[in-house]
Design a protein around this ligand. Structure first.
Ligand SMILES: [Zn+2]
Length: 178
């Protein structure tokens, strides 16, 4: 006997982005900074949050000009740290580059919904348990060297496919809702 697992009508929600096939994914940002300072040892004091990529000095009397990437701590924390270390604020330049990428995917569904969680009876031992209490898993067969995936494993006796379930489609649920 096949047991029909119905859609919980209270959970049906229209998806405002139904049919959408393009999403923008935020891939974080890169923060770069440049500043001037007379002492190269400043690099040691900021090594936990700054990776120097290059530095230069025009002549003996001039400042070092540092360029690199801000890591770990945010740009604001880094800026304040430089000020505390005596860096002239006019020499500090911080750039934040945000990385987004566009992802194409299958159209989003028209509705979001959940199925009910009824109690069903194991064909083998007769124990009644909720659908959500049953597990699934992959089993390895050494004779054929195959992995086979099973669902609906009875939590009481461990028999696989202990019930035959059919999940109600959203179309049927919507018809029922009317
Ligand atoms: Zn059972």
């Amino acid at each position: 006997m096949t047991h029909l697992v119905k859609v919980d009508l209270r959970t049906i929600k229209e998806n405002p982005n139904a049919g959408n096939t393009l999403s923008v994914v935020d891939n974080g940002s890169t923060v770069t900074a440049s500043f001037k300072h007379h002492n190269i040892e400043i690099l040691d004091k900021i090594k936990d949050c700054f990776i120097v990529e290059r530095y230069s000095k025009r002549n003996v009397l001039s400042y070092f000009h540092f360029n690199g990437r801000v890591i770990y701590k945010g740009p604001k924390v880094f800026y304040n740290k430089l000020l505390k270390l005596g860096v002239d604020k006019d020499s500090i330049e911080i750039n934040i580059e945000n990385h987004f990428h566009h992802m194409h995917h299958a159209p989003e569904p028209d509705y979001y919904y959940k199925h009910l969680d009824p109690k069903v009876k194991c064909k083998h031992c007769g124990t009644k348990s909720k659908v959500s209490e049953m597990s699934s898993g992959e089993f390895y067969y050494s004779s054929t060297e195959e992995y086979i995936y099973y669902e609906n494993i009875c939590p009481a006796c461990g028999v696989i496919e202990c019930v035959d379930l059919e999940y109600e489609s959203i179309e049927d649920a919507l018809r029922r809702k009317k």
